[in-house]
Ligand binder design. Structure first.
Ligand SMILES: Cc1cc2nc3c(=O)[nH]c(=O)nc-3n(C[C@H](O)[C@H](O)[C@H](O)COP(=O)(O)OP(=O)(O)OC[C@H]3O[C@@H](n4cnc5c(N)ncnc54)[C@H](O)[C@@H]3O)c2cc1C
Length: 366
């Protein structure tokens, strides 16, 4: 989700509108070859030049201009939908740590689906596109608790020094109007497909997992047997998620350890304090050993005397009904699950999860 190296206009296009962009490029190519009949030698010269210029223009547009969602109008009275923007009111926008805010907005409740249709309409994990009106660009954000009966959505939003929409959202005050469209599917949850789900997040990468937690994990169906583990890391204690996120996770994990386990990490202890008390904070990045331990596998490497006396049975982990979902800054995704593929497709599993022995179908990079 939070791919730090590319401007997020590229990331969001990959998620939701790269097809649209590719279609535009594809249209340009036949267009340039559909002219009047020409002599074959002239055509031989003109066609490649036209195609090159058209592709160059398309590429320049793609890479250097912001990504206004040109097709989506703003509609005040139509029900919430991914195909148009809906104006919504900011209710609150509070500091929640260095560079982060908790933003609450209200969608007019008459624009929400009927209560009995909402569960199907807002299936986790979903996000909405929020449009920065000043520069007409949109970015996806994840409502932490989905949407409540009053139409409220709560977001945990990080701003980056040069980030466009994050900084713009941080400047909003109660009463301001912003526009959003959605819901858009980030990843579809499938009930009871897995015995075990391990979520690994860094920074605001926790937001999709919190939505899953709030909607499903903390309210499991009576038949659900899936066990969940969340490994979350932030850089320093004060950058850990705010108590609105951490407290429910901590409480639920301590009262339901058989259903949900939580492990919190910080890269380093700088003397700052976490936003709320956490029973245990591990210092250091999430490692292969941490992942192995949380799924009940033995030590990473046996010492020479252990190798001598207790041979580890090779286990085929690819048969386990387990899913790893990873969401965070790109270097973290790379280290844990391997890099994305071309055009931010999933790509094969790599990193620690491949080293432990899991297959690509057991790993999802958000
Ligand atoms: C499905 C989905 C859901 C998301 N949900 C949330 C959410 O709930 N909360 C949230 O805060 N974000 C979320 N994001 C990320 C969000 O959409 C934006 O990418 C992010 O807010 C940066 O956008 P921007 O316009 O502020 O920065 P941009 O203008 O896109 O970035 C400009 C510069 O800022 C820096 N930068 C931007 N992003 C990062 C990063 N991740 N790490 C390090 N540096 C960065 C880089 O230097 C970059 O070149 C989500 C993304 C996806 C795909």
């Amino acid at each position: 989700m939070l791919r730090s190296r590319l401007p997020s206009r590229l990331r969001t296009q990959q998620f939701f509108s790269s097809r649209h962009q590719l279609k535009s490029v594809a249209r340009i190519i036949p267009f340039s070859t559909n002219g009047e009949q020409q002599s074959s030698s002239t055509r031989q010269k003109i066609v490649p030049i036209t195609v090159t210029v058209a592709l160059g223009l398309a590429a320049a547009t793609y890479f250097f201009f912001p990504d206004p969602y040109r097709g989506a109008p703003t509609t005040k009275n139509a029900p919430l939908s991914p195909s148009h923007f809906t104006p919504v009111k900011v209710i609150s926008n509070e500091h929640s740590g260095p560079d982060t805010k908790l933003l609450k907005i209200a969608v007019p409740s008459q624009l929400l689906p009927a209560p009995e249709d909402r569960t199907a309409f807002f299936t986790p994990i979903w996000s909405v596109f929020i449009k920065d009106d000043d520069i007409q660009v949109e970015r996806p954000y994840t409502p932490l608790e989905g949407v409540n009966e009053n139409g409220h959505m709560l977001f945990w939003i990080k701003k980056y020094p040069k980030g466009e929409v994050g900084r713009w959202l941080h400047s909003k005050v109660p009463g301001d109007e912003i526009e959003l469209r959605g819901p858009l599917m980030t990843w579809p949850w499938m009930e009871d497909k897995y015995d075990e789900v391990v979520m690994i997040s860094g920074g605001t990468g926790i937001t999709p997992f919190y939505q899953l937690f709030h909607t499903l994990i903390a309210n499991p169906s009576t038949t659900s047997k899936t066990r969940f583990t969340l490994l979350h890391s932030s850089r320093i204690p004060e950058e850990l998620p705010p108590s609105a996120i951490l407290d429910p996770l901590v409480q639920y994990s301590s009262s339901n350890p058989d259903k949900f386990r939580l492990h919190v990490f910080v890269d380093s202890q700088d003397g700052s304090t976490p936003p709320s008390p956490i029973p245990e904070i591990h210092t250091g990045r999430i490692s292969e050993t941490d992942i192995r331990r949380c799924i009940g596998l033995g030590k990473l490497r046996l010492s020479w005397w252990q190798k001598l006396y207790q041979k580890e049975e090779p286990v085929d982990l690819t048969q386990r009904r387990i899913l790893f979902i990873v969401c965070g800054p790109e270097p973290m995704i790379n280290a844990i699950s391997g890099p994305y593929g071309r055009n931010y497709s999933q790509g094969p599993v790599g990193g620690m999860l491949a080293a432990i022995g899991f297959s690509s179908s057991q790993v999802r990079k958000l």
